[in-house]
Design a protein around this ligand. Structure first.
Ligand code: SAM
Ligand code: SF4
Length: 340
């Protein structure tokens, strides 16, 4: 694809990088490539979900153009997400094109968050396209709990996918959403299993999206304290470019991370924006407000309109989230469109 030609004004801004109104540099883009998914996790997607008409969804070329623009403006890391990114037909084309930007040094990292069900098919291709690590969402190792949570079968595919990813040389972090009374008793087993597989683990605080989250929220500080009585945990310096705080587990040699959007704010160091598969820029997942980039992408004014739209949207990034101020996720984009 052609390089984006910058207008003089935007070229000056681009040299300074994308910075929001609170002085935070935006260096991390989460790009949702589809709203479709082959699972129906109860904390994410309703069973009666209505998917968007295909015409509303950005083409892969438009996504590449967006990615290229953000890279030009200083983004160093892109995460592809969804819905389930691997159900998007032709997604490997986007992976390969953005992966080439890692090879050329324009991007530090291209990565992917997936439910793992299709990883066995794509793991080798992902690794050769320049992806070094993937996050695989797996909340439980129990067949029945998996079926209840995701409202689908498929745990065997996920486990095969993880094995294939490890064999292809991909580093894997397992993401498990912590839920009181659902998978609360499984963290020791997950830690042990991750150690055997050579995977890191991240526990994530449940956010009030989806249809069945009431009463399931589990703050992670007490969980970490409990785990520290059974495992030798040492704070680790490791950073993955996001809000995860890591500890090294001496017994397995692997990392355990805790992502705590509900109990600890990390807004002051937020470096990310999200783009939905329809081209809406979501500056903060827990605030109302998104900014359309699709009209600019499809505008006859071309790149100038896109550049202006990106800077305007990033300039509207709010100072902090509103989870603790009665924010109702129904007012904003659903999780499966924002990509987590
Ligand atoms: N389908 C892919 C997957 O499941 O990994 C990518 C999209 S999914 C929306 C991205 C991440 O968001 C997953 O790790 C998922 O567990 C997390 N997520 C979804 N709903 C959530 C919620 N209500 N609270 C916390 N995390 C959530
Ligand atoms: Fe699909 Fe991921 Fe949402 Fe589960 S969390 S329904 S796998 S998009």
């Amino acid at each position: 694809m052609d390089e984006i030609s910058l207008s003089a004004g935007t070229a000056a801004k681009a040299a300074a990088g994308l910075t929001d109104g609170f002085g935070r540099a935006i260096t991390y883009l989460r790009l949702s490539v589809t709203d479709r998914c082959n699972l129906r996790c109860s904390y994410c997607m309703r069973t009666d979900v209505k998917f968007l008409p295909k015409a509303d969804i950005l083409t892969l070329e438009e996504m590449e153009r967006l990615g290229a623009a953000f890279i030009r403006f200083g983004v160093r890391k892109i995460r592809l997400t969804g819905g389930e990114p691997l159900v998007r037909p032709g997604v490997m084309l986007l992976v390969e094109r953005l992966g080439a930007r890692v090879a050329s040094g324009e991007l530090d990292e291209l990565t992917l968050t997936t439910n793992g069900t299709l990883l066995a098919k794509y793991a080798t291709g992902l690794a050769s396209a320049g992806i070094g690590r993937v996050n695989v969402s797996l909340d439980t190792l129990d067949d029945e709990v998996f079926r209840r949570l995701t409202r689908r079968d498929g745990i065997a595919d996920v486990l095969n996918g993880i094995e294939a990813a490890r064999s292809a040389g991909l580093a894997v972090r397992i993401n498990a959403v912590a839920m009181a009374g659902v998978n609360e008793a499984e963290y020791d087993r997950l830690i042990r299993w991750c150690g055997e597989q050579g995977c890191d683990l991240a526990l994530i605080e449940l956010m009030p999206f989806g249809e069945r989250t009431e009463g399931l929220y589990l703050p992670l500080d007490p969980v970490r304290e409990r785990l520290a009585t059974r495992w030798t945990l040492t704070p680790a310096k490791h950073k993955s470019g996001g809000p995860c705080r890591y500890w090294r587990i001496a017994e397995t040699g692997r990392l355990i991370g805790f992502i705590t959007p509900m109990s600890h704010g990390f807004c002051s160091s937020c470096n990310r924006v999200r783009i939905t598969c329809t081209g809406k820029l979501v500056p903060c997942m827990a605030r109302q407000g998104d900014y359309d980039l699709r009209a600019a992408l499809r505008s006859p004014e071309g790149d100038q309109a896109l550049e202006a739209a990106i800077f305007a949207a990033v300039g509207c990034k709010p100072e902090g989230h509103q989870f603790n101020e009665g924010y109702k996720p129904q007012q904003g984009q659903p999780m499966w469109r924002m990509g987590g």
